[in-house]
Design a protein around this ligand. Structure first.
Ligand code: ATP
Length: 227
């Protein structure tokens, strides 16, 4: 199913922080939403999530840090069960095992609270929770910026292996063009609340046309990063 939202916009404190923007996403596509800090990526991401959910589309969101998704006072088992209840799913140990295997969540005691697990395993757990409901769209907002580069790359590899051959669309929101370049097929570039480019990643890297995109591409050191 093609996901489409038209005229997404946002005004805060009398200022337009997102100019009217149309987004179309094809099944199984990996798309990067890239821009400098403050360019409007998260605003567009949230507007897209709200609009698609209002259409009945199943959308899951993975925040930047597991701290935003996990309550330090609650056990990991509690979080998992809460996610199942929120998604109206029965308790299903087989599904849990399948997702834990896919995201290499092994050896963690579910009776522990989040701080009893490594950061990398916490974030993989949050990603696994997001996949419980087999979403049509998975929005990940700077999903690996709280992780070291090697753990970040491993996490993205596991997610990639899980999503391959599935219809879930991945929208990767990041200021890190290197991360997007390695992971997505198409990139949308934000600048000052406007989408200034929307192109296949190879075409974009070969010929960025907007000044914002050229500035992002100018920082070539991202080519050296592993993730
Ligand atoms: N509630 C708000 N009130 C006023 N301004 C806001 C509000 N939320 C966001 N903004 C402003 O809108 C602009 C876009 O913010 P947004 O968080 O979408 O950018 P971003 O590209 O995701 O940035 P970052 O990468 O730093 O998270 C920024 O200038 C921000 O300060």
């Amino acid at each position: 199913m093609t996901l489409a939202a038209q005229g997404l916009s946002a005004i805060r404190s009398g200022r337009t922080i997102l100019h009217p923007t149309d987004v179309t996403l094809e099944p199984g596509e990996y798309v990067g939403l890239v821009g400098a800090s403050g360019s409007g990526k998260s605003t567009l991401g949230h507007a897209l999530i709200d609009t698609l959910r209002a259409q009945g589309v199943s959308v899951a969101h993975v925040p930047q840090s597991p701290d935003e998704a996990l309550d330090p006072l609650r056990s990991m088992a509690f979080h998992w069960r809460e996610a199942e209840i929120a998604l109206n799913r029965p308790c299903d140990p087989a599904r849990q095992k399948m997702l834990f295997d896919a995201l290499h969540i092994q050896g963690g005691d579910l009776r522990n609270r989040p701080w009893g697990w490594s950061r990398g395993m916490q974030q993989r757990f949050v990603i696994a929770m997001a996949l419980i409901g087999t979403p049509d769209l998975l929005v990940m907002d700077e999903p690996t910026s709280a992780l070291d580069p090697v753990v970040a790359a491993g996490t993205m590899d596991l997610l990639d292996a899980y999503l391959r051959d599935r219809q879930t669309v991945l929208l990767l929101i990041t200021h890190d063009l290197g991360l997007a370049a390695r992971r997505v097929q198409r990139v949308m570039i934000m600048d000052a609340g406007k989408m200034v480019e929307d192109a296949p990643i190879e075409q974009f890297l070969a010929m960025p046309s907007s000044s914002a995109a050229q500035a992002l591409c100018a920082h070539r050191n991202w080519l050296e990063l592993p993730c």
